[in-house]
Design a protein around this ligand. Structure first.
Ligand code: FES
Ligand code: FES
Length: 162
């Protein structure tokens, strides 16, 4: 077992984990952060996306020990990063634009989209498509997800959205 100490959604945690434990399993099974979901076993779907020191990562592709000393934000703590609002603006935009159907991809999609806007605050539609290419959605056809990201960036959602 290895000792890890990190911050998750603003709380300091310290635990013993097996060296092979994936971050997503640690979050879900040891911390109960089941808002972060597992959609594949091939590092393809992006459903497990969280922020590690402010950048998006697929948490099924990171070992818990690699997060030792890091700051992790999951979908459950995202709103708290935005001045205590009930919903983060990206969550609000997904809600308003109906950027989800079954919702399974949504936690990861939102975490990835926030990272995208941190890097590029006013992305074009094509840049949004490239920015979320690592996150799969099998319900929506992506149209309303693109609209949500555009709305969250403060851009008109009518102009230019195919
Ligand atoms: Fe991590 Fe699919 S569960 S990429
Ligand atoms: Fe169902 Fe995206 S809303 S997978």
């Amino acid at each position: 077992m290895a000792k890890i100490k990190l911050t998750v959604d603003g709380a300091s945690v310290s635990d013993d984990v097996e060296p092979r434990t994936l971050l997503v399993h640690y979050l879900r099974e040891q911390l109960g952060k089941t808002g972060t979901v597992i959609g594949c076993d091939t590092s393809n779907c992006g459903a497990c996306t969280v922020h590690l020191n402010g950048r998006s990562v697929k948490s099924c592709n990171v070992l818990a020990v690699q997060a030792d000393g890091a700051e992790v934000t999951t979908i459950e703590g995202l709103a708290d990063t935005h001045e205590g609002a009930d919903l983060h603006p990206m969550q609000e935009a997904f809600h308003q634009c109906h950027g989800l159907q079954c919702g399974f991809c949504t936690p990861g999609m939102i975490m990835q989209s926030v990272d995208l806007l941190n890097e590029n605050p006013t992305p074009t539609e094509d840049e949004i498509r490239v920015g979320i290419e690592g996150n799969l959605c099998r319900c929506t056809g992506y149209q309303n997800i693109i609209k949500a990201v555009k709305q969250a960036s403060g851009q008109s959602i009518e102009e230019g959205t195919r």
